[in-house]
Design a protein around this ligand. Structure first.
Ligand code: ADP
Ligand code: MG
Length: 460
């Protein structure tokens, strides 16, 4: 694939999604929902991201109040400067009344394709794009079983729980997408608990709580995201309790997500907690290294980019918390490559993801080289630092010294000191020995290069 040598294209949506993630974290919830949720990315040419705003008013408001937030979030996302441009295009997503807005989320096959921007089901969240690994196999299998025969499995309700960014929303929306794809008559409703709550409050306020209740009771599959949000909201819980009963009673499928297991849902009506556990409770775990690699591979496939193996390893080594950060790391890298017009390398990737790594190891240190060299050559770091002159040890030591001179900015004296108090002449001698051997022995040179790459990947 040619992408190893060429910079890559990155889709406007993927950059915008990352910027939006950032804005969502920084801005008050309501502000975010009102002003940023309705925007869409229309193009990105490496320097300029163009956003579609629904009206002139939106544009004025955003420019007047949040332009700095958008610019900062954009620059931080790509790790460099990009311009933001807006086009005003009156809209498919203009504000809609309660009834319309709730009704719009009930979708069927006929409308799902063209109107997805009006529904709350994201067409990207499918089983196909959900990478399977040990961390999610069980939850995924349960979700798939339900999507294939909603209401007909013992898994009713299904509750999926796990930390932020682990794929809860993706998985429960995948159920919705598959159900609507298989059966155009099925009425699927995806709603966040936050939305459910505010729709409910609004319905009461405007004296339309009956139509609210009725609407929720006509669905075949109810996907309720982030149910922990109901904590201590007694009235909403009560309304929901009745919705639950009505749907369950008539064999409709219920699916929930939560950021914790049901028993930890404090401030919840006990009867509701018990109902949430009537069916199946499945946990999403943090992905292990292999799954992180698999996810990266799949994500880059979806972005139509060939991600060099070493870069994938670099990301998977350092970005451990969840899939969302893996995704942003990847997008950062693609954006940088596109912005700087450079191919994706370990070097570029390291710079791009630095800001995302928790407790980064600052640069390549002498100790790190010692540890990794020792590990690769089957001895210990202590031996490398010792005075032992055993052949295997002193060979490993020479290699580590050579790498220190190549990969760190430390002085010869400092390097010598950390190798059992040797002087700078010894350091130079070791370095030359290794250099010579690399020239003569291709296989040895390769081993050293491999080692270098491993050290690069494990340091950020
Ligand atoms: P949560 O709802 O648990 O906070 P999301 O479902 O929003 O997490 O997932 C965060 C991001 O990570 C989304 O972009 C989603 O598509 C992606 N993602 C999560 N899990 C997976 C997975 N197993 N395979 C592919 N993408 C995933
Ligand atoms: Mg979610």
């Amino acid at each position: 694939m040619s992408n190893h040598t060429k910079s890559v294209e990155v889709t406007p949506e993927s950059i915008w999604n990352c910027i939006v993630d950032r804005l969502e974290r920084e801005l008050p919830r309501q502000t975010f929902l009102t002003w940023f949720k309705p925007l869409e990315a229309v193009s990105f040419d490496g320097r300029r991201l163009t956003l579609r705003v629904p009206s002139r008013f939106y544009y004025d408001w955003i420019e007047g109040h949040y332009s700095q937030n958008v610019r900062d979030a954009a620059d931080e996302t790509v790790g460099g400067h990009i311009d933001i441009a807006y086009v005003v295009e009156p809209n498919r997503r203009s504000p809609i009344s309660l009834e319309e807005s709730t009704a719009a989320t009930i979708i069927n096959k006929k409308s799902s394709r063209k109107d997805y921007t009006d529904s709350r089901l994201n067409p990207r969240y499918t089983f196909d794009s959900f990478v399977e690994g040990d961390c999610n196999r069980f939850a995924r299998a349960a979700a798939l079983a339900i999507a294939e025969s909603p209401g007909m499995t013992p898994y009713n309700p299904l509750l999926i729980y796990g930390g932020a960014g682990l794929g809860k929303t993706h998985l429960i929306q995948a159920i919705g997408n598959l159900v609507t794809e298989k059966s155009s008559n099925s009425r699927v409703l995806y709603v966040t608990s936050e939305q459910f709550t505010s729709d409910f409050v609004e319905a009461i306020r405007s004296g339309r709580s009956e139509s609210f209740s009725r609407l929720y009771r006509t669905v075949d599959v109810l996907l309720l995201d982030d149910v922990h949000f109901f904590m201590a909201k007694n009235k909403t819980q009560e309304e929901f309790f009745h919705t639950f009963n009505a749907l369950h009673h008539t064999g409709k499928q219920l699916v929930f997500s939560s950021d914790c297991p049901p028993r930890e849902l404090d401030g919840f009506d006990k009867r509701l907690v018990s109902r949430l556990q009537w069916g199946l409770v499945a946990e999403l775990l943090t992905p292990d290294f292999e799954t992180r690699l698999a996810i990266l591979e799949r994500l880059s496939e979806m972005e139509r980019v060939a991600l060099p193996g070493e870069v994938a390893q670099l990301i998977a080594t350092h970005i451990k918390d969840n899939v969302r950060t893996l995704r942003s790391a990847l997008i950062h890298i693609l954006a940088q490559s596109s912005l700087l017009n450079r191919k994706i390398s370990v070097e570029l990737a390291r710079k791009a993801i630095k800001g995302l790594v928790k407790n980064p190891l600052q640069g390549v240190s002498i100790e790190r080289i010692q540890e990794i060299t020792a590990e690769e050559l089957g001895i210990t770091g202590d031996l490398i630092r010792s005075k032992t002159r055993k052949k295997a040890v002193s060979e490993a030591r020479q290699i580590a010294i050579y790498l220190c001179t190549e990969m760190t900015k430390s002085t010869l004296k400092a390097i010598g000191l950390q190798f059992g108090g040797r002087n700078h002449a010894t350091v130079i001698h070791s370095r030359n020995l290794v250099k010579e051997k690399m020239k003569k022995d291709g296989k040895f040179a390769e081993t050293i290069e491999d080692l270098k790459r491993r050290i690069e990947i494990t340091s950020i």
